[in-house]
Design a binder for this molecule. Structure first.
Ligand code: SF4
Length: 209
C-alpha cells in the first residue's frame, strides 16, 4: 500500500515546504552522520520572491534544527522496511528514521513537519508502528512544529483492538470497498490510503500560491 499524492490541493508543493523537506530528507537518508547545509536547500527551492520568505526561512530552519538536536547522540542505522503479517495481507511500515541511541536502544521514528494531533499516538498507524517494532525497538512519532518526540506505547488491549480494525480495513480494501472518487481530492478521497499512481487525466492546481 502507498499513501496517495494530492494532485489537486497539496500544501506539500509549496516552495518553503519543499525546501525544508529536502533538507530533512538529506539528513535522514544521508550516507553518513553529516549534517546537510540547510541554506543550500533553501536557496535552491525556498520562496525567494515571497514577502514572508524570511519568516518562512526562520520557521523552516527551526524544524530542521530540532531534528538535528533530537538525533544528536544517536547512531543512524540503514533505513529498512518492517512487515506485519496480518494473514490476508502484509502491512509494510517504512520508518522515516531508524537509530541506535547512546544506551543501545533501537528507535524508529515517524516524522511530521506539522503539529501533533490529539489522537496521533493512539491511532491505527501508531499501533501499526508498535506492532512492526515488536520487542526489538521503540517507536517515536515526531512533530517538528511542536518540537515533540512522542513515544508510542499502547497497552496490549489497545494494540489488539487496533489490530482488529486494521484487519477489518484491509479486508475491505481487498474487496474493493474504497474506489477512487472523481469528485473528491486527497486526502478526502476514499481511495487515499490505497492509491498508487494517480489515475489518468489532467492534474489541477487549486488554492496554491
Ligand atoms: S484517486 Fe483519490 S487518492 Fe488517488 S490521487 Fe486521486 S484523489 Fe488522490
Amino acid at each position: 500500500m502507498q499513501i496517495g499524492h494530492d494532485h489537486r490541493n497539496d500544501r506539500s508543493r509549496s516552495p518553503e515546504y519543499a525546501a525544508v523537506q529536502g533538507a530533512i530528507d538529506a539528513l535522514l537518508n544521508g550516507p553518513s552522520n553529516e549534517i546537510p547545509d540547510f541554506d543550500e536547500y533553501w536557496q535552491a527551492r525556498g520562496p525567494a520572491e515571497n514577502a514572508n520568505a524570511e519568516d518562512y526561512e526562520v520557521a523552516g530552519r527551526r524544524l530542521f534544527d530540532f531534528l538535528i538536536t533530537l538525533r544528536k547522540s544517536d547512531k543512524p542505522l540503514a533505513l529498512c522496511d518492517f512487515e506485519i503479517d496480518i494473514g490476508a495481507a502484509k502491512i509494510v511500515v517504512k520508518p522515516d528514521d531508524y537509530v541506535e541511541r547512546s544506551d543501545g536502544r533501537l528507535v524508529f521514528r515517524r516524522i511530521w513537519t506539522g503539529r501533533k494531533t490529539s489522537n496521533a499516538t493512539e491511532s491505527l498507524d501508531a499501533a501499526a508502528y508498535q506492532l512492526a517494532a515488536g520487542r526489538d525497538a521503540e517507536v517515536e512519532f515526531v512533530f517538528l512544529t511542536d518540537e515533540v518526540a512522542a513515544p508510542i506505547s499502547l497497552s496490549q488491549k489497545k494494540i489488539k483492538n487496533r489490530q482488529d480494525k486494521i484487519v477489518d480495513a484491509v479486508g475491505k480494501i481487498l474487496s474493493g470497498d474504497f474506489p477512487p472518487n472523481p469528485n473528491r481530492t486527497c486526502p478526502r478521497c476514499p481511495h487515499f490510503f490505497v492509491c498508487g499512481n494517480p489515475p489518468d487525466g489532467p492534474l489541477i492546481k487549486k488554492n496554491l500560491n
